[in-house]
Design a binder for this molecule. Structure first.
Ligand code: ATP
Ligand code: MG
Length: 335
């Protein structure tokens, strides 16, 4: 049986963090075992809101690749590539743009929230407004059926499905495949500030590559239950990121349940819970950081993995584009 295809990506706007791990990276490490997997470093998409900081984007390409390899994404099983080097992607985006209305784009809830967070008001870069369409191109170019993402990406998958249906119906074809989002058990890890989403551009992340000192500082300063003023007060576990992180990263479930019960009863200080969380995070991140340090010694080896992956990705996406143009009847000299 033919393997199912999976595609995901990350914007090289910074190093990857714990949210990426639980929301997407851990699924990718599993998925590569029985899928044909593509993982894209979305530098072109990062430029839609970082056009004025191209160096930040280009420099983070290597950082994101190091993060991938250090968590166990294996280039023998997964094709890792750089978005801007695949010319079929912007071309597919262009054809898709004719199949979506401006009004539809304005109502994408994730884009709306990001416009607000970035304080764009009416001055949104047009490229940013249409990035869900370019994501649809990325997913469909590889005929991906499986897209393991955090829940902020659900509107993008929905948009992609709409475009696939529209394209296939309009041009009476079945070349494009409808994708499905795969959500992990923690589809959105909150930030250390208690905000709903840890984000690399939001200043509230613990990065996979943070040093033990940095992690200790961040855990110490973490938001907890603001109503838990004295140790003896009962505290809230829901919406308390310290417990959300324990749920996501601690192996000893019984211990976490015990801590939760104690915290809710009262008599358990934030400091004690944070100390345990720090222990849990340090032991989880230590092997990742070690592997990363090793890999970082040979950046040209890592860049070469991206170069080889990009060749493979370009061929696959180019073939889908050819099929799409044939469906549209604009494959003038293909015969
Ligand atoms: P940026 O702030 O630049 O948008 P980001 O932290 O949102 O960065 P992206 O590169 O936009 O990261 O997202 C890559 C993938 O990681 C997406 O699938 C997204 O859903 C997932 N992801 C990002 N942050 C989280 C989080 N806090 N919890 C779960 N998944 C997340
Ligand atoms: Mg994002």
């Amino acid at each position: 049986m033919k393997k199912k295809i999976a595609l995901t990506g990350d914007r090289p706007t910074g190093k990857l963090h714990l949210g990426h791990y639980v929301g997407s990276l851990s699924s990718r490490v599993q998925i590569q075992e029985d899928h044909s997997q593509f993982v894209m470093i979305a530098d072109a998409q990062a430029l839609t809101d970082y056009a004025h900081e191209p160096k930040r984007v280009s420099e983070n390409v290597l950082e994101v690749a190091l993060d991938y390899l250090s968590v166990g994404i294996d280039p023998k099983k997964t094709t890792i590539f750089i978005q801007s080097l695949v010319p079929a992607l912007p071309e597919i985006t262009l054809y898709f743009l004719n199949l979506v209305t401006w009004n539809r784009l304005k109502h994408n809830p994730t884009v709306k929230l990001e416009i607000q967070q970035k304080g764009y008001g009416e001055e949104v870069p047009a490229g940013f407004m249409i990035y869900p369409v370019s994501q649809a191109a990325d997913i469909t170019a590889f005929k991906a059926e499986v897209v393991p993402v955090g829940d902020d990406q659900l509107p993008m998958i929905e948009q992609t499905v709409e475009l696939v249906r529209k394209f296939n119906r309009l041009y009476q074809t079945d070349v494009l495949i409808e994708p499905k989002a795969v959500l992990s058990s923690v589809a959105r890890l909150p930030g250390i500030d208690g905000k709903a989403k840890m984000g690399k551009s939001l200043g509230n992340a613990i990065f996979l590559s943070d040093s033990p000192d940095e992690i200790a500082k961040k855990v110490k300063g973490m938001y907890t239950d603001p109503g838990h003023l004295r140790v003896e007060d009962p505290g809230k576990v829901e919406g308390n990121p310290v417990f959300t992180y324990l749920d996501a990263f601690a192996f000893d479930r019984a211990k976490v349940e015990e801590l939760k019960a104690h915290y809710q009863r009262g008599g358990l200080g934030d400091g004690v819970v944070k100390k345990y969380l720090l222990e849990v995070l340090l032991s989880f991140l230590e092997p990742i950081r070690k592997r990363r340090e090793e890999l970082a010694k040979d950046p040209s080896h890592v860049m070469n993995i991206l170069f080889e992956g990009t060749k493979v990705a370009s061929a696959v996406a180019g073939e889908t584009l050819r099929e799409m143009k044939r469906s549209m009847g604009i494959d003038y000299f293909a015969h």
